[in-house]
Design a protein around this ligand. Structure first.
Ligand code: PEP
Length: 248
């Protein structure tokens, strides 16, 4: 039986003080251990938030990781560096990275491998744009995004990873995939993996991301192949984030 997971993605928001308040607010409201929970915070807040979440159930994550282990790559942060700050998760291939910073399916696959080499769980973000959905390319896009990682890392590597299905048209737009649209994509992803390795497909947590909010989370999380959420905007408010967490 898969445990659910709710992950917050704070993106480039907040201040040192507000980050600390938010993390403490989430910890204070964790309540019953209904699922796994974590926050992906800006790099510079990792040391401080790492101290706050220490010895709690709230896991720490980064929003990206370099595709190389070390060297002359100005501005990048390696998986080894993240490991030093007790990072449990690292997002890879978030659509904002793919769209604004040129991350490709291949560089995302390399980031995925770098995270795993340091024992960090990569959260592979995949999903189609509105145009791709309208042209009925959703499954082709998802397949290509998954293929790139399978080619580099191998299917077994997925047993130590998380996938986030995030339709790009739903991220930060207020538009949410319907429960059925999301389930259809999640089922497709699980079937893709099952065709290569049934055990991996059954074990992996597949999260939904895209304007998930307290009022729509319950329906999404009730779908059989949706194992929780990657939450952007609503994770910046402790109460909203916790309501989503308690919807699993
Ligand atoms: C995200 O950035 O991963 C995300 C899902 O954002 P939002 O919830 O704001 O749509």
């Amino acid at each position: 039986m898969r445990r659910s997971l709710v992950l917050g993605n704070w993106k480039m928001n907040g201040t040192r003080a507000s980050a600390e308040t938010l993390a403490k607010g989430i910890i204070a409201g964790l309540g019953d251990d209904v699922a796994e929970i974590g926050i992906c915070v800006p790099y510079v807040y990792l040391p401080e938030i790492g101290q706050i979440v220490k010895n709690t159930r709230l896991a720490l994550g980064a929003q990206n990781v370099a595709d190389k282990p070390s060297g002359a790559y100005t501005g990048e942060i390696s998986a080894g560096m993240l490991k030093e700050f007790a990072c449990h998760y690292a997002l890879v291939g978030h659509s904002e990275r793919r769209t604004y910073y040129g991350d490709t399916d291949q560089s995302v696959a390399a980031r995925f491998c770098q995270a795993q080499e340091q024992g960090i769980t990569p959260v592979l973000c995949i999903g189609e744009t509105l145009e791709q959905r309208q042209q009925e390319q959703t499954f082709d896009v998802i397949t290509a995004q998954l293929d790139a990682v399978v080619e580099l890392a191998g299917i077994a590597a997925f047993s130590k990873s998380v996938i986030a299905y995030e339709p790009v048209w739903a991220i930060g737009t207020g538009l949410t995939a319907t429960d059925e649209q999301a389930q259809e994509a999640h089922q497709f992803i699980r079937n893709y993996l099952a065709a290569k390795d049934q055990a991996v497909a059954e074990k992996i947590q597949i999260l939904y991301g895209g304007s998930a909010k307290p009022d729509n989370a319950k329906g999404l999380f009730a779908m059989p192949d949706i194992d929780g959420g990657l939450i952007g905007g609503a994770s910046l408010d402790a109460e909203s984030f916790l309501k989503i967490y308690h919807s699993v």
